[in-house]
Write a protein that binds this ligand. Structure first.
Ligand SMILES: Nc1ncnc2c1ncn2[C@@H]1O[C@H](COP(=O)(O)OP(=O)(O)OP(=O)(O)O)[C@@H](O)[C@H]1O
Ligand SMILES: O=C(O)c1ccc[n+]([C@@H]2O[C@H](COP(=O)([O-])O)[C@@H](O)[C@H]2O)c1
Length: 226
């Protein structure tokens, strides 16, 4: 009996914690993000999935809403969903948001026994080799690329070559601490974008059912995207 307990604790000590991070502008968060996050957490049996809103994006125009408002919409969206965690480290830093620094800070906080995954849609991965110190991102985490309706990776692009050189299947991903790229098509494949939601609101159209009601109520109260 004693041996059995020892074996179990030895195994659990050996097991690495798996933490995935989905960074985004979330202007606003929608069901495309939330379903993807939930399905991914379940499929890969992750210990934690963090939604990481950026403060000042470096790669696109200024968001339509304040960082605090985007953070608040995320908090409302997951208020009754304990399996999704909001990480506000980029919002707390009043500076341009670079993913490499967020991953470094996460690694320092969570320790070396945690395997990190950076989650991104294929549209976002399409510019990955132009990200700040992107090679270091691959030394800190594995990448998980989500297919997204309407988006494909261009042939012969640096990103396609990078994917070909580092692609992993699920078994290889399980063994790798960093540097592997795993592409997967999640079951739901929701064709929702924040751009579409902002456009609809601008035109005075309803966006109900594209995002959580609590987020929609907040948008209306704060008169966002009008
Ligand atoms: N419907 C979706 N399915 C899968 N991934 C998504 C979906 N929407 C966004 N993502 C991914 O989530 C991350 C954060 O996305 P972001 O906050 O920019 O949302 P978005 O809908 O793409 O916004 P925008 O239209 O303003 O660019 C990115 O990696 C993006 O590729
Ligand atoms: O660090 C970078 O250079 C970098 C360049 C482009 C995008 N990102 C991150 O990628 C995430 C998705 O961005 P977006 O535009 O799809 O919302 C978000 O967390 C951004 O901060 C990061």
């Amino acid at each position: 009996m004693w041996c059995l307990v020892t074996d179990i604790s030895a195994n659990s000590l050996k097991k690495r914690k798996l933490v995935a991070v989905m960074g985004g502008t979330f202007d606003p968060v929608h069901h495309g993000h939330l379903r993807s996050a939930l399905e991914l957490k379940q499929l890969l049996n992750l210990d934690q999935l963090r939604l990481l809103p950026c403060h000042q994006p470096t790669h696109r125009g200024v968001p339509r809403t304040q960082a605090e408002q985007r953070l608040q919409m995320l908090r409302l969206a997951v208020a009754d969903e304990p399996s999704l965690y909001i990480d506000d480290r980029e919002i707390r830093l009043d500076q341009p948001s670079y993913s490499v620094y967020s991953l470094q800070s996460l690694k320092a906080e969570l320790g070396d026994s945690v395997t990190l995954f950076w989650v991104l849609g294929v549209d976002s991965f399409a510019s990955f080799t132009r990200w700040h110190r992107w090679q270091e991102i691959l030394q800190l985490a594995n990448l998980i690329i989500l297919t997204r309706p309407g988006f494909t990776l261009g042939e012969n692009t640096p990103e396609q070559k990078l994917w070909q050189a580092n692609r992993a299947d699920c078994a290889e991903l399980e063994k790798a601490d960093c540097g592997k790229i795993y592409a997967l098509q999640l079951p739901s494949q929701l064709e929702i974008s924040a751009t579409f939601i902002r456009d609809q609101l601008q035109q005075g159209c309803s966006v109900r059912y594209l995002l959580p009601d609590a987020v929609l109520n907040y948008i209306q109260q704060q008169q966002l995207y009008g």
